[in-house]
Design a protein around this ligand. Sequence first.
Ligand code: ADP
Length: 267
Amino acid sequence: MSNDNTVDGQDHSPTIPSDAEYEAEQAEYEAEQLETEFLAVISHELRSPLAAIKGYAATLRRHGHKLGRAEREEFLQAIDEASDRLEVMISRLLDLSRLESGALQADLIPVDALQLVREAVSAAEHRWSQGAPAVGACLFIPPEQRSVPLVLADLRLLREALDIILENAVKYSPSGGTIHVTIQSDDTMLTIHVRDHGIGISPDHLLRIFNRFYQVDTRLARDVEGAGVGLAICKRIMALHGGEIWAESELGVGSTFVVALPIVDRR
Ligand code: ADP
């Protein structure tokens, strides 16, 4: 039998994709998979606080008169917390979409990063102290760090990035874990380091965690909240600052997330 695939003088041999074409197809397939998983995860993440709000509100309406003051207070607090979770989730999704479309721009002004880090840390400590004891963690800023050079930053956006990194450090840390926050600087850049002793990230995942919707473990049953948008937001926020974000990690040992920002030119 002939192997000649020419018909009418034209070659009709089956085309074998090149390595680059194969990789592009594979990347497209993975992106589609991520989006499908994201829709399932985000529906779950939006539904669970909503279910809590509906459940507590319905109980208060029907049986509020039979509940004691402390119990009523507890239910109202649960509604308040679930509403906060929904609000954060929705505003992060909006921010990601506005960052990706270019609609969100940074308003860069000279900022005292130490002050901002202190505020983010104390807000985070306040949130954890109200939550389940399982997320207890303490933070440490070396006392000798009294002042640092000013950076050019958008206050709201930089604070959002810090909130996300601190939140993750707690989420992926064991009960009672310690999180260290330190700041270093050289002539041009200031770096903020958030180090946890949590579950860590393996090298293959480390390359992808800054991609939108990427989660190391997407099982809906996992017991931490999140939709895989936090670090994608951080990456875009840092790009708007002319800065960078990266992570170093060892599985089972812990992770350090580093944010680098340009220092205000003092000349
Ligand atoms: P999520 O909302 O799922 O936390 P993120 O974009 O913030 O999404 O993070 C992406 C993934 O990176 C997480 O799902 C988690 O698997 C991993 N990750 C982020 N921060 C940490 C950390 N401090 N320790 C271990 N894993 C982390």
